[in-house]
Design a protein around this ligand. Structure first.
Ligand code: ADP
Length: 263
């Protein structure tokens, strides 16, 4: 009797062990595929600007160097390519830090109104190039500060990425509205609304994926690495906050996120 009970327990244990191993192998396989896909995406993203830079250098070596004005023009273009490479590498660096959880948040109390105003000032020129109006939905001078508790530098990146996207995918002469509103339970919600090209329903849940871009060729013309929204999502997740998107194709998009109010 005792032997058969022991055998049963042992068989159960072996079964459980095998099940666990199977799960482990599945997880490893998923991770391995993820890694392969990531490397594929990275090399693809780096290839275009690298070939552009090489193209200008080769043309210069081939004789274009002699002409002073051509030389300057090509060097400037090559530099643009290098700038783009730096931009992509910086984004990659950020994403890898965020994904391995190696990014320590430096939470502090700050005025979100001031931060948004600061981002507006930094992006004013970029918006003006497309005659896009940046509108702050609240009269920040009379409202007074809205204090939140978060990592200021990272939240500045979130706001910047969202507004940069609204400019990139915005229409000429369009507008971008940013608002900050009180929510229940000590939270505020920041909304970035544009009247740009909008996102088709089948793409909407995928825009936060790494390297995901709705229109591959079109977006590339606009620059960017396809990592902007993925970085935004990671930063907010690290804060245990959420990002929401609503969009209507051809009409515009609204990205919003929550933040903890300072006590
Ligand atoms: P990138 O802008 O570098 O391509 P993102 O991760 O920031 O990468 O965005 C992913 C994709 O989501 C973009 O390529 C674009 O297709 C879409 N998208 C993001 N923001 C907007 C927006 N405000 N309006 C329309 N499409 C957007």
């Amino acid at each position: 009797q005792q032997v058969s009970t022991d055998m049963k327990t042992l068989t159960k244990q072996i079964g459980r062990f095998a099940e666990n191993k199977k799960l482990e192998i599945e997880t490893l396989k998923i991770r391995e595929n993820y890694r392969k896909e990531f490397i594929g995406n990275v090399s693809h993203e780096l290839k275009t600007p690298l070939f552009t830079v090489q193209g200008y250098i080769l043309t210069l070596l081939d004789g274009a160097m002699k002409d002073k004005s051509v030389r300057k023009k090509y060097l400037k273009r090559a530099n643009k390519g290098v700038e783009r490479l730096i931009y992509i590498v910086k984004d990659l660096d950020m994403i890898s830090k965020l994904e391995v959880g190696g990014l320590q948040l430096q939470k502090e109390r700050f005025n979100i109104i001031k931060l948004i105003q600061n981002v507006f000032d930094l992006l004013e020129m970029k918006a003006a190039k497309k005659k896009i109006n940046l509108i702050f939905d609240i009269d920040y001078k009379s409202t007074g500060p809205i204090e939140v508790y978060a990592d200021q530098e990272r939240i500045q990146q979130v706001v910047t990425n969202l507004i940069v996207n609204s400019i990139k995918y915005g229409k000429n002469n369009g507008s971008i509205e940013v608002s900050v509103e009180d929510l229940i339970k000590n939270k505020v919600i920041v909304r970035v609304t544009d009247n740009g090209e909008g996102i088709e329903a089948q793409h909407i849940n995928r825009v936060f994926e790494r390297f995901y871009r709705v229109d591959k060729s079109g977006s590339r013309k606009e620059g960017g690495s396809g990592l902007g929204l993925s970085i935004v999502k990671h930063i907010l997740e690290a804060h245990s906050e959420k990002i929401y998107v609503e969009s209507q194709y051809g009409v515009g998009s609204e990205f919003s996120f929550t933040m903890e109010k300072a006590k």
